[in-house]
Design a binder for this molecule. Sequence first.
Ligand code: 2AM
Ligand code: CA
Length: 281
Amino acid sequence: MNLSTIFDSIITRAHNFGGIIMDKDIFENAKKWVLKAGKRIKEGMYQPMEIDTKSDPNDLVTSLDKDTEKYFNQKIKETYPHHKLFGEEGFGDEIKSLKGTIWIVDPIDGTTNFVHQGRNFCISVGIYKNGIGEIGIIYDVILEQLYVAKRNKGAYKNGKRLKKLREDLPKEEAILGINHFLLCQNRLVDYRATQDLVRKVRGVRSYGSAALQFAYVAEGVLDGYLALRLSPWDVAAGMILVNEVGGKTTNLFGESLDMLSKDSLLTSNGNIHVELIRQYE
Ligand code: 2AM
Ligand code: CA
C-alpha cells in the first residue's frame, strides 16, 4: 500500500466515523424536537386557535399546524443549515429535487381529527438523504406513542422493537385501513373494486390520519392501508417504519412512489400487497 492509498483510507474512515456520529445526532435531535413539538401542541390545543380552510372546505389548518412547522424549520435551520425542510404548510424550502438531506414534515397529520376530536392525530417526520428514507418518526401526541425507525436498524414503538410482519396472511383475515374516498366514485381508481375488496376482507377501519395508519401497519394493528391521493409528507415517515418490519409501500398499481408529488397509496406486507394490487388491475 503506498502512502497516498493509506492517506485515502484514513480520510474515508474518518468520514464514515463522522457520518455515524452525525446520523445518531440527527436521529436524537429529530426525536427530541418531535417530543417537544408534541408538548407544545398539547399545551396549545385547549387555548383559542385560528382555524382556516385550504384546498376545500373540509381541508382544515390551524395556527398550531403552522406554529409547529415553523418550530421544526427554526430548529433544523439553526442546527443543520445545509438541510432542507419540505413541509405541508409551506414554511420550509421549495423542494424540486430530492438531492441532499430533506426533512419531510407533516406538523399535524389528521388535522380534522385534531379540530373535531382532540385525538387521533400525530406529528410525522421523515428524513431522506438523496431520496433514500433514513429516519422515520411518528408521534401520537395524545396517547404519547412514539414510533421510530432507522433504515436497516428496525422500527420501535416507545422503545420496544416491532416484529416482522406476517408474510402469509390471507386477505380474508386482514383488517385494512381504507380512506373512504376509495369507496366513492372517483377519477383515479374503480370504486367498485374497493367495494368488492371490503366485502372480502375481515374488516376495514378509517382513522383519518395517514401517518398513524402507517404506524398501525408497522405495528401489525392493521394489515394494510389504502388511500386515493396522499402527499409526500403523509407518507414519508411511515414508509420507513413499514420497510423496517418487512412491509412494502407502492401506489395502488404497484409502482413506487415519487416523494415529490401526490399519488395513491398501498402499504402492507408481501402476500397481501400482491393480492390487493390485483384488485385494481
Ligand atoms: P392532514 O390531516 O395532514 O391534511 C385523512 O384521510 C388523511 O388524508 C390525513 O392524513 C390527511 O392529512 C390526508 N389528506 C391529504 N389531503 C387531504 C385533504 N384535501 N383533505 C383532508 N385530508 C387530506
Ligand atoms: Ca397536516
